[in-house]
Design a binder for this molecule. Sequence first.
Ligand code: PEP
Ligand code: MN
Length: 382
Amino acid sequence: MIIILKPDVDPSGPEVQRILETLHYYQGVTTRISAVTGTERKVIEIYVLGDTSRIPDEEIAHLPGVERVVRVSKKYRLIGRHADDQEAFGFDYNGLHFDQDSFYIFAGLCAVDTPEHVEMMFSALKEAGLVTSRMGAYKPRTNPYSFQGHGRKCLPWVFELAGKYGIRCIAMEVCKEAHIEEIYEELERAGRPTGVMLQIGTRNAQNFELLKAVGSQQEFPVLYKRGMGITIEESLNACEYIASEGNRNIVYCLRGVKTNLGDPHRNLVDFAHVPVVKSLTRLPVCVDPTHSVGRRHFAPDGIQEIFHAAAQGVIAGANMVLVEFHPRPEKALCDGPQALRLEELPHFLEDMRIVREAYLQRKDLASRYALQSMAPKMAAVS
Ligand code: PEP
Ligand code: MN
């Protein structure tokens, strides 16, 4: 059960005290107060957990300070699309707006290695007019002896360089709660020259404690990657953990699923799920063609497979593309064989512009056909 409070109700005031006392009268029930900053207003909600079946909705709805009571019978109550939704979709972060209509390309290194490579990447992005990037400082690796990322120590110069080249948001994976604090402290120390979107990698897609940790802070938005071996439903439930802790500034990312049926690709590309996730949730949807395809390979038409996969996501309405580049892929400390080359950036961006434009035209076409099919019905009514 979720109790949504009226605007301006003080969470530590007497109205909330009375609501909590009423709820705690019912045994086995616990409560949690959550403040959610939406695009239009800040919403205070009380989550009622446990056996809520005996709590009378009507009585609670009439208590002072209560706007409405919602029974959580629906899936993904907070991130899902529901008929009774009253809040606008989407969020703003560091001068950028994210919703199911926005479109950004986050291009960058899989793993931060040298200042020279990071600077080359940011400089190329600036030249291309991009303000969004990806940079891994903490790398969860399959092999314990592989490079694990430079961690905290690279953050000062990564942030400084980002500021120098006007990068507004960097997607950066976190593997444990302490990483959030490290990023926060280093950003503060650097004078906030850029912003960070905390990335939950596929290996942590059901690490519920980590999901709660990124969900219980409001500072950074979250890029949640689908688990490589779980269903859409399981991963949306996991993603709901983030929102249930109070942070709804989430982008959902498809990155392929693990099965030999995807061979010779690293994963089976699941970008047909872009419109599925957009229908089931209110989240902007990202696609990661790099980890889906996992190799540099040119098809006979002269187009790289990674370009093809990215195009499949974008033409289906993806709102973000997360893609790996490297100035010297042969020197990369992680995922070099799947990195696009820096000199391929203008080609990639032009290709994405074509498909994005095609998607917008397809959307327009669909609305024209929808209007046409409504016209005879409207004529019949009038
Ligand atoms: C990444 O994007 O750096 C990454 C490791 O991806 P994934 O979690 O999807 O494997
Ligand atoms: Mn990678």
